[in-house]
Design a protein around this ligand. Structure first.
Ligand code: ATR
Length: 284
């Protein structure tokens, strides 16, 4: 790395040790010859406000935001772009000459991850598991494109609230149920795409899955947003049921690539970013 650093970027969350974003963005900066650096910052809930005041004071040009700050961060920003405002969660902050602007690139990330596997969500019937921050981004984005979205979540009232928020905003009827074998079978009967937007199956609890081969079938495409491990138990169960599978790496790459573009105005070197991630994931 050159000793000159023009701009600093980073990711804030708690915990932060597992984040692969520094690898991905630093590889992109290197490829484009930009004298920039991307660092992980562990920020507790209590310190979130100070971290954003510090962002301005230190002229840190961009942050990615992960759990548990995606919603809490909003009240400390100067402006939200339309998508982040609609979703009610931010995963990217741009420090635009002292104005902190919030974006959400997760939805775009999942659409591109599907499209690069020739699975355009337009007109598809989507079953989405989860109703947290990541699921909200996926649900709002796909509700605009897909034929239908059926949300299942362990805590029913969160699924119902997300469905209602989407209906109010987009005027589209969204089904919501609590997550159980019966509701999964019902939802998957006519589904084209199943997306897991929960943390179930993530390292170290890799023996967990939201669905088994018994409820899956060969007519669906299964995407897991969990990328660590790359092949989760859900994806292995889906393969056993004859379904097409898509790992969470694509979404991670594309949400990062979009954030990179917002910050730098450069076209992101997507394949360089993907290779950096894959290298790290195969090492782990
Ligand atoms: P994120 O920002 O990563 O989406 P989150 O907002 O905490 O994180 O949301 C986590 C999601 O994973 C929720 O949908 C959660 O379900 P609840 O709303 O019932 O909490 C889901 N989740 C986490 N652990 C789960 C488990 N063991 N079984 C089923 N769902 C789980």
């Amino acid at each position: 790395m050159s000793t000159r650093v023009d701009n600093i970027y980073g990711v804030i969350g708690d915990p932060i040790g597992h984040s692969l974003s520094p690898r991905m963005h630093n590889a992109a900066f290197k490829k484009l010859g930009l004298n920039c650096i991307y660092l992980p910052f562990r920020v507790t809930r209590r310190d979130l406000k100070s971290a954003l005041i510090g962002m301005r004071a230190l002229n840190i040009r961009g942050f990615n935001v992960i759990t548990p700050h995606k919603t809490a961060v909003i009240k400390f920003l100067d402006e939200l772009d339309e998508t982040a405002e609609e979703i009610g969660a931010v995963n990217t902050i741009h420090n635009d000459e002292g104005r902190l602007v919030g974006y959400n690139t997760d939805g775009l990330g999942i659409v591109r991850a599907l499209q690069e596997q020739r699975e355009d969500p337009s007109d598809r019937r989507v079953v989405l598991i989860g109703a947290g921050g990541a699921a909200r981004a996926v649900a709002f984005t796909l509700a605009r494109k897909a034929r239908s979205v059926f949300i299942l979540n362990r805590t029913w009232h969160k699924a119902a609230k997300l469905a209602k928020d989407i209906e109010r905003r987009l005027g589209k009827k969204i089904l919501a149920r609590s997550l159980a074998v019966d509701s999964l079978i019902e939802a998957l009967r006519d589904a084209d795409v199943l997306i897991n937007a929960t943390s179930v199956g993530m390292y170290p609890r890799t023996e967990q899955t939201v669905a088994t081969r018994k409820v899956l079938h060969s007519g669906i495409v299964v995407l897991d947003i969990v990328y660590n491990p790359m092949k989760t138990l859900l994806l292995r169960e889906a393969e056993a049921a004859g379904a097409k599978t898509i790992t969470g790496v694509g979404m991670l790459v594309h949400q990062g690539a979009e954030a990179f573009k917002i910050w730098t105005n450069h076209s992101p070197p997507v394949e360089v970013m993907r290779r950096a991630l894959m290298r790290e994931l195969s090492r782990q």
